[in-house]
Every structure is written in C-alpha cells, then in structure tokens.
Design a binder for this molecule. Structure first.
Ligand SMILES: Cc1ncc(C[n+]2csc(CCOP(=O)(O)OP(=O)(O)O)c2C)c(N)n1
Ligand SMILES: [Mg+2]
Length: 306
C-alpha cells in the first residue's frame, strides 16, 4: 500500500496558469484544487472548460485569469470539444504541421460531469481519445445557486431539496462517478482532494503521462454551498478522507490501490457536524450514513486487496 506523500519535500512551481485576481468566493476549495491541477499540468496544455463556477470566476469579459490556451464550452460538452481539439491536432500533424506539444485537458463541475455531460464523457472515453478529464466535485450546481446534482450526498440540504417540514434534504445516494469511469476500462482513474496537494499533483502528472483517456475526480469543498466558515475548507476536506466519506484511491489498468488508509476511520459525524447543510440530520440519519460509508469503504479496501 502506498503512503501519502503530503509532507515530502518537493519543488512546486511558483508559476501560476490560473492567476490570482479571479473572482472565486473566499475559501473556495474548487479554485484551490484547480490551482494545484494547473501547477502540475505546466504550460504545455490546452484547457477545455464547461460552464460552471470555475469558468465564471476566471473569464468574465474583458478579463481572464488564464495564461494557457483555454476554451469555454457549453455546460454539457467539454469532453466532446476536448476530443475535437485532440483529433484536429492529430489531423494537422498527419498533414505535416509542426505543432507545439500539448496535452488536452477537459475540466467540469459535478453537474457537468455526473449529470448533463455524462453521455459526452462516456463517448470520449469509449473512443479512446488521448485526454485527461478532471471533475471538480463540490456536490451541487453551485454556480447557479446550490441546486442538487447526482453528486449531492444523502441528507444534504440544497435550494432544490431544502431541509424542512416536507423534506430532509437530498433523498438519494451520491452517484459513484469514479466507478463509472473505471467501467470504461480506461488506463488511469483516481480520486484526489485539495487538502492533500502533493497527492493531487502527483496524480495529475500520472494522469497526463497516460496515452489515451484518464479521469481525475477531485473533492472540492464549497464553504458557500456547504455552509461552513471560509477558513474550514482544508479541514473539512481532510475530515472527508479521515472519516472514509471520500477515500483517496487510484485505479491503474483496473488495479485499485488505496492511497491513505488510517488504522481507524473517524466517525462520519466529525465530518457532518461542522457543515450547515447537514445541521438538520437526526441521529438515525447519521447512523444510516455511517452504515453506507462503512460498506462503501470496505468495498474499496476489498478491491485494493485483490
Ligand atoms: C444546458 C444548460 N443548462 C443549464 C445551464 C445553467 N448552468 C450553468 S452552470 C450550472 C451549474 C454548474 O454546476 P457544476 O457543473 O456542478 O459546476 P459548479 O458551478 O458547481 O462548479 C448551470 C445549471 C446552462 N448553462 N446550460
Ligand atoms: Mg458543482
């Protein structure tokens, strides 16, 4: 089993491709994750980005926070546009054009990835294009006002399923998006979090070294939507991992490995309690979530042991 290299001394570039001065909320875990992704990607990259928080905060006309080629697509088709760019580059190379080397990277939120762009993503994986898809998962449609997505966890209050007399919040379990990516038999799938930056950046580097499609699923804490203080972003991201709610793992050519497996998981209440979106949960519901996390975590461990 690999250990996490969070404390390993490494040189990280100071150069930013997503520059300061963008308009993200304070404490935004998604912008932080994206900053780490861009540091690991370097400059030889073409970014294709769906509509969502990260697009809105970085590209409002006439400003841009991007220092690499960057294409804004519709909400649903980042994977399709990315594969078009990749195919066009191949076609130009076949005709003798000399192109600077560049990896094509598509980036979308959970709404773009789990819901509206899932068909486009599945097609791109299946066709075997050489590109990386990064999902920045803040567990709701945040840009448009905290609406639930199929990434929203059970019990969370959102503006479309608010907790109250008629509802206890999200009534379905989070869709297992990494497993859907794995089912396409692609060479590299991994989960990561901005609370573990070196692990995240190492995974980006591994993902872009792959020939063919790869998928990186990043947990992105959203203080605005999750109702937490803005200085709790890193802590809450760690609690998600320490409780087993969001395990950090890789799937390389179908082989699972768990990157961080503490001797004892913390109880999920430690993760749920600081967040306003879970404030209404009863002990019975917390217990139900705990049972689910135990089951899912055991499943990943079992796969990693194979
Ligand atoms: C076809 C279509 N439907 C709806 C919208 C409105 N819309 C834009 S961004 C967005 C939410 C994005 O959610 P997500 O992908 O999770 O990214 P986040 O904002 O949370 O980072 C929505 C609903 C749109 N632009 N296009
Ligand atoms: Mg989202």
């Amino acid at each position: 089993m690999e250990t996490l290299s969070i404390y390993a001394p490494r040189l990280v570039t100071k150069r930013q491709s997503l520059t300061p001065g963008h308009r993200a909320c304070s404490g935004c875990g998604e912008a932080l994750a994206l900053k780490f992704v861009m540091k690991a990607l370097g400059r030889d990259v073409i970014v294709v980005m769906s509509t969502g928080c990260m697009e809105i905060i970085s590209s409002q006309l006439p400003y841009t926070a991007w220092e690499v080629p960057w294409i804004h697509t519709l909400f649903e088709n980042a994977a399709t546009v990315a594969t078009g760019v990749e195919s066009a580059r191949k076609a130009l190379a076949r005709k003798g054009a000399s192109l600077p080397k560049a990896k094509v990277v598509a980036i979308g939120g959970d709404g773009a990835t789990f819901d509206i762009g899932l068909g486009a993503l599945s097609g791109a994986f299946e066709r075997g294009h050489d590109f990386l898809y990064v999902c920045l998962d803040n567990e709701a449609y945040m840009n448009t006002g905290i609406q639930r997505s199929s990434a929203t966890p059970y019990g969370a209050s959102t503006t479309t399923q608010p907790a109250g007399k008629a509802s206890f919040g999200q009534s379905t379990w989070k869709k297992n998006m990494p497993a859907i990516a794995v089912a396409h038999d692609i060479a590299y799938v991994a989960t990561a979090s901005a609370s573990y930056p070196f692990d995240l950046m190492n995974k980006v580097k591994k993902a872009i070294a792959v020939e063919g499609p790869s998928y990186l699923h990043i947990f992105a804490v959203c203080p605005t939507g999750w109702r937490i203080p803005t200085d709790m972003t890193i802590r809450v991201g760690r609690l998600a991992v320490e409780t087993g709610v969001f395990p950090l793992y890789e799937v390389e050519n179908g082989k699972y490995s768990l990157n961080y497996d503490p001797p004892q998981l913390r109880p999920v209440i430690d993760y749920l309690k600081p967040q306003g979106r879970f404030r209404h949960l009863t002990p019975e519901m917390v217990d139900k979530i705990q049972q689910r996390v135990n089951k899912e975590y055991a499943r990943i461990k079992e796969k990693a042991a194979q």
